[in-house]
Design a protein around this ligand. Structure first.
Ligand SMILES: Cc1cc2nc3c(=O)[nH]c(=O)nc-3n(C[C@H](O)[C@H](O)[C@H](O)COP(=O)(O)OP(=O)(O)OC[C@H]3O[C@@H](n4cnc5c(N)ncnc54)[C@H](O)[C@@H]3O)c2cc1C
Length: 406
């Protein structure tokens, strides 16, 4: 698979993305934001899965559910470029991605299943996922000293048994694990810990014997249903048909999921950062200090301007990466650059917005503090900034070497 088409469907008439973006924003502002406000962005306090079903029902009625999913499963088949503004609009509320069934990890899992799953797997897992009947989890990270930033440390094993595979190992930080209907599990089928490759993805219903969801790791964020959990596989036996794609090709498929999933995280968090910035500018424009409004003081103007620059630059890098993905490129460099810059720029924007709002900025009376607690972990998951910088630099050096040797 040297190139991957990240557009789930090419229909003759493309959806009107401008109208869809406007409808999504209106839905999020009218229906979703009031719930987020009432519960200070804490999805468990707001009802967890019950809230998810309620909001997704409202999105379905408006034709806004899972716009990225293949049309044959009820989606609109948006390309990466087309979903950029729609997901940004959804991101204006911390619950917006969930409301349109475009939140992590389900959004990335829909993308992965649409590209890699067999027809039977699509019918069994993708169809109910797109519909919002079930949630899903993607289980790759393991507790130290095993796979985290460095996936070659993968230690969860899948060994052949008559009729299928036996999976043993431990995972951690698995988003949405509590209450998920099924898991996509990365396990080692070849090689030793520390060796590259040799990973395989497996599908397993959550109710399987040998699969246990444990403790919620108590993280600073609050907006994702099902928490970030420890999961144990102890003699989990799955049939041959549970292999997602081909045996030993799991790391290649991980890139099919992770490149686009990193970009959709940037899209949604960009929407949240835009909201924090808008709130801050409104506050600064109304609040007076030292004989003028705060918005007319030079150092505040610098923060406002720097926010505008960071938001525009993030959007531009996102669009470059999405165009490359839509053109069939793995877009490894473009997605790493957009993820690293976007993750850090979004953090800067929200931090400046907090500062501009003064005491209110760190209170629950404005949304800025809760947005800050949600966006900070993004510099760690989907690859920490340092790991992306390592990869970006290595590619640049490799390109330089190939130029000088030719
Ligand atoms: C909120 C949240 C949700 C998550 N959801 C999921 C999920 O659904 N499924 C899943 O499989 N995983 C999930 N993860 C796990 C996430 O992918 C890992 O946290 C991430 O890959 C980093 O691994 P680690 O935590 O083991 O950090 P470590 O590997 O221990 O790294 C610690 C730090 O070391 C530094 N570092 C690492 N490599 C380098 C380098 N080459 N050069 C310099 N510095 C470096 C970085 O600063 C890094 O943050 C989630 C994590 C969080 C926080």
């Amino acid at each position: 698979m040297s190139s991957v088409d990240h557009s789930p469907a090419r229909t003759s008439s493309r959806p009107d993305v401008g109208a869809l973006t406007a409808h999504t924003l209106a839905f999020v502002r009218d229906v979703v934001l009031p719930v987020e406000e009432e519960f200070d962005g804490d999805v468990t306090a707001a009802g967890g899965d019950e809230l998810r079903r309620l909001l997704q029902g409202a999105a379905r009625e408006r034709g806004l559910l899972a716009p990225h999913a293949p049309p044959e499963y009820g989606g609109l088949g948006l390309s990466m470029s087309e979903r950029a503004r729609v997901f940004e609009a959804a991101g204006h509320s911390l619950f917006g991605g969930m409301a349109i069934n475009a939140a992590a990890p389900d959004e990335g899992n829909i993308h992965l299943l649409a590209h890699v799953a067999s027809q039977d797997q699509r019918d069994a897992y993708l169809a109910p996922l797109v519909e919002g009947q079930v949630r899903s989890a993607f289980a790759m990270t393991e507790p130290a000293p095993d796979a985290g930033s460095d996936p070659t440390a993968l230690s969860t094993t899948a060994t052949r048994v008559p009729g299928g595979w036996r999976i043993d190992g431990r995972k951690t930080f698995i988003t949405g694990a509590n209450g998920a209907g099924f898991f996509i599990i990365m396990a080692r089928t070849r090689g030793e810990i520390g060796e590259r490759g040799g990973g395989t993805m497996f599908l397993a219903p959550a109710a399987s014997e040998g699969l246990a969801v444990g403790r919620h790791v108590p993280t600073m964020d609050r907006s994702m249903v099902g928490g970030h959990c420890e999961v144990e596989f102890d003699g989990l036996v799955v049939p041959e048909e549970a292999v997602l794609g081909e045996v030993d090709e799991g790391f290649r498929y991980a890139q099919v999921r992770l490149g686009p999933a990193r970009m959709t995280h940037v899209m949604r968090w960009l929407g949240a950062a835009v909201r924090a910035h808008e709130v801050a500018v409104e506050q600064a424009a109304g609040r007076r200090a030292f004989g003028s409004t705060i918005a007319d003081l030079g150092m505040a103007q610098q923060m406002i301007a720097d926010n505008e620059i960071d938001l525009a630059a993030t959007r531009a890098l996102l669009d470059v990466a999405c165009a490359a993905l839509d053109a069939g490129s793995p877009a490894s460099q473009e997605t790493s650059i957009a993820k690293t810059f976007g993750g850090e720029a979004i953090g800067r924007v929200v931090d400046r917005a907090m500062q501009l709002c003064g005491g209110l900025g760190v209170s629950a009376d404005l949304p800025v503090a809760r947005i800050a607690r949600e966006v900070r972990p993004f510099r760690v998951y989907d690859g920490p900034s340092e790991v992306h910088r390592l990869a970006i630099a290595r590619r640049a050096v490799k390109a330089a070497r190939s130029r000088t040797s030719s």
